[in-house]
Design a protein around this ligand. Sequence first.
Ligand code: ADP
Length: 585
Amino acid sequence: MKDIHYSESFEQLWQEEAEIKTRVQNRLFCNTFLVCNPLSAIAFFLSGDPFFYTLLPAHMLSGSIILGYMFLNYRKVISGQQMSFYAFVTLICFYAFLLSRPHHSYVQSCINLTLAVIFAGLVLRWPLRYALIVSLLGLTLYPASIHFFSDTSLTEFFEQGAVFVMVAHIVFPFVVKLNYSKDKREFYFRYTLQQQNDALERQKTIAEQATRAKTDFLSMMSHEIRTPLNGIVGMVHLMIQEEEHSEKPNDLLNTLKFSADHLMAVVNDVLDFNKINSNHVILDPQPFNPFELFDILKKTFDPKANEKGISLVCSIDPGLPAQLVADRLRLSQVITNLVHNAIKFTANGSVVLEVKEVARTPEAVTIDFSVTDTGIGIPNAEQAGIFEIFTQVRARTHSDSVSGTGLGLAISRELMRLFDSEIHLESEEGKGSRFSFRLSIPYSEQPVAVSQPLPVAVAEDIPEVRVLVADDNKTNLVLATQLLKRKNILHDTASNGQEAYEMFRQNQYDLVLMDLRMPVMDGFESTGLIRQLDARVPIIALTASAFENEKERAMASGFSGYFIKPFIPQDFYDYIFPFLGIAST
Ligand code: ADP
């Protein structure tokens, strides 16, 4: 096997590992000799061999020395490997001494010595040098002690089994090296695997941090972009409304409105995608009447289809349950995007929205949704990437009338993922496209309970109400007050939370529109103080923030509503009027 080059840091780790790993073996080795040596002396005694009298004191002495090593190891003066090594060296010296004493026969001694080496080879995990020293000692001291200090000849010694002792000593270093290298290599693989895991873990953390940073950056930036954008979009809408009465349409203003609306759509789409993609969107299933929903949707699509002179057919299965339980807003978002695209990319012919029940269980109904058009279609080569972000099929982008954000389908796909479904596309260039998806939706045959509408005033006949608007951004303040002025709603303004609180203390208000981030005192704190004075007055957060948790925080701090900038005037009225008991027009 290929040699591995261990690094210095690994060697250090391995030393520690080897010490822990071999602790038991080293102790076992020493303890075995502490017990077995005196036992072998007793065996000599029982067989009436006088060698017992030499053997016992020698073993007692070697045992005491080994106990000393064990104590040193216990006090951490020497390592476990050193302990067993010194013990083995000591034993070899004692055995050499014993061999030099007069013997009837060396057979028993040779058996014992061979077994001792085999046992050592089995249990010990040493560096090679320890094994070499021990073996060299055995190979030299045993024959030397017999040759120089005993009456017996070496030939006798070898004839009575010394060959086995010698062979055992020669093999011993190889066995030790083999075991040791195997353990070390295994540890090395575990160590490198661990290192790789750690490295991967680090990379994963970095990637996650980068994604989080990207999401936060987008949310942060979008706040910065949305605040001025709100001013631009709102002002442009107001200017257009003013221009409506003049005879000559203002082209420049219309172009500006188009760009402002488009910019707003892009920012909102980027944000929406970012939010869904970072798992910040959780579906909110609520019961709704499907027929009512598709009716409303059709009404919103009709003007666009009429404008282009194409027929829009909504084929809704009449057998659908009276009540479906799903996130109606998100479902509408996907359908709206598909139908808008179909209308956008169809010059003549038709767009068909089909909703068809395909199966039903006691719990859920399976419905196929499809949007089919007779438009320009999507080339085969482009179909796979059509759901990626910012994808727009070539040559479409030149025309203003078909411009888009390139995010609609990506958002729809992500939303479908939340619904546990996916969008399928069939399309032929020049002939048309069909986008479809299948949903399994819980249902009930009970019609959705309709809450009695509150008695409300009609928008044209605004009751006497007074609104307080708090915003530090001058343009947004002007925009909000202009919007209120147009509906003849009385209002006051404050440029920070502190001022808003002071004004609220001195006056009577029916509604407070409060920016969240303001100098001196922010919207949260101001709302907290106002709530101590009046627990019921509606306070709506007007914010450009995209952080989902900010909404939760606002609602928990006593706000009654949360309205995101930028907005178009109609949406503004639609949102605030119910709080004032006014019906929208
Ligand atoms: P966009 O805002 O550009 O419409 P989408 O993600 O909704 O972004 O669509 C991506 C691209 O897919 C479009 O720009 C268009 O090229 C193509 N596309 C989507 N729907 C249709 C369709 N019904 N017919 C032809 N092309 C389509």
